[in-house]
Design a protein around this ligand. Sequence first.
Ligand code: PLP
Length: 408
Amino acid sequence: MAFANEDFLRLQSGYLFPEVARRISAWQQKHRDENVMRLSIGNTTEALTPCITAAMYRKLEALSDRNTYTGYGDEQGDTPLREALRNHYQREYGVNLPLSAFFVSDGAKSDAANIQSIFSRSSIPAIQDPAYPVYVDSNVAGGHTGCWNAETEEYSGIVYMRSDAENGFIPLPPEEHADLVYLCFPNNPTGAVATREQLRAFVDYAHREKAIIIFDSAYSDYIETEGIPHSIYEIEGAEDCAIEIGSFSKNAGFTGVRLGWTIVPEALKAENAQEGTIHRLWNRRQCTFFNGASNIAQAGGIAALSPEGRKECMSLVGYYKENARIIREGITASGLECYGGIDSPYIWTACPGGLSSWDFFDLLLEKAHVAVTPGSGFGKAGEGFVRISSYGHRENIMRAVTAIRENI
Ligand code: PLP
């Protein structure tokens, strides 16, 4: 008899966004003549840029000719893209990493979910609260945690690093021991960014506790504040204790195209294995379970990292950041308290009058016809907040902000 995976069975009910979609759809059923303005999911809306589409067309043409056709590529990714990534880190962040550290992926989400699988089941994860839900859920499904405790609303076996207004949404390294420390900056959902000193404290913690940091830099191109690191490897000593996960989704608009990367340096150390083992295991994992990212997407990624591509992508990022500014100012003008939205596409908004996240979600939907994301869906510490996303056409963003100002 087959048994369902007990670790998966411990996952709590539905993923956040299906529930948001369910409530929007239920509301839409009742209000067929009204349109919901969606500032909820972090899904890009603007067209791919010219130099990226031109490169993908060229690749498509090459694939249409048997003389230039190629099939499966390397599981680690096409060498020109890996070289472009390595050069990008060197040029823009002053970070020198060997080519072998770069693994191309079909996006950051799958790597963020899968990375736990190369670590012992006994590894204790430390995760920011609130956080992108994938870190908690993948650790539960991967058997690294205990059961859900309905009273504390936490899984046992996870060290939660509370991020709240008091600590500026940047937790200190935990007092307890942890083995895998998940960090995401600029943060989804709070929009907070960590300074060099704050990241240094985590690198010091990792060295002290012999832990490994898993640094999600999916939004790094949104950083505008001077001196804020874009990569964990800008912190000295991170190469032997940190993995970094990156994405082309939010800067090049590849949410549907699908392309990302993960950096796993050979210098990473593990308690029970010699240097190089973590790198070797990730390589083994990718070669076994992954057949490489789409070659058309990779051609687009190379173009995105070219000087012209970088200019175009930063202009795309600028569009969403201008949306974020409009939202932030509109929200503030309507008397709501909000955070983030400067180095990030997300505006973390406090619910007024002691409303819960879902109550404020319902109120915004009912009164302003605006859908946001309830903060509590990102973790217990997200209760009392909603996340407003700046991904949308400018005209819709402006309409939504006006609706909030006039109705809330
Ligand atoms: N990491 C964070 C923090 C995200 O917010 C998201 C998507 O919203 C991802 C990763 C997923 O990126 P990708 O589209 O590359 O899978």
